[in-house]
Design a protein around this ligand. Sequence first.
Ligand code: COA
Length: 186
Amino acid sequence: MFSIRLEQPADSVAIEELLDLAFGADRRKKTSYRYRDGIAPLADLSFVAEAEAGLLVGSVRYWPILAGSTPALLLGPLAIEPARQGRGVGRALVFHSLDVAAQAGHRLVFLVGDPAYYQRFGFDPVPPGIVMPNESPARLQYRLLDPSLALPEKATLRRSQSRAAHRAGRGASLAGKAIAGASCIP
Ligand SMILES: CC(C)(COP(=O)(O)OP(=O)(O)OC[C@H]1O[C@@H](n2cnc3c(N)ncnc32)[C@H](O)[C@@H]1OP(=O)(O)O)[C@@H](O)C(=O)NCCC(=O)NCCS
């Protein structure tokens, strides 16, 4: 059994250890970290999975980015404690956080990862006009949270410091309700 809750400041050491374990200590050399350096993750979309005795067994975070001038989210890192992998923890963290993001008015999400894993969450490889410089195009994926949004035909992904601009402005208060209702999932 595990439960999902919002990340708290006291989780940061355990999360850093988990990320080192999952991705290696040189993970900060990855291109995606250039979009995170010096920018805090979005606190209302950063979730952890907690097992018995409060043990932290999973983490997902999101950063604000821009696709050209279109505000978007960068999902990740997503990491599950090795002994707990393959038990639905990653699936629960991704589905829950995407639900909260959509309810909060976020419209577009990108990530860098294995398409074979992320297609189950509705992610597709980006079309050729969407570029994250120095990243493999095959690993760059997107999902529209708002189907009325048109993906820009051509756009380079850029760092963003802005947090407020990443919401459409609707439904933000719903996020808290969804979090309070975060379920315990076997
Ligand atoms: C990848 C990861 C986040 C998945 O989380 P998880 O809790 O282990 O996975 P879930 O239990 O939700 O899902 C398991 C399913 O995903 C599949 N899966 C796991 N990793 C996969 C991968 N890299 N590629 C394709 N499928 C993958 C499993 O085969 C399983 O498939 P099934 O449902 O058909 O049996 C986790 O294994 C992990 O932390 N790995 C190391 C870090 C990492 O690679 N993070 C992702 C960055 S792209």
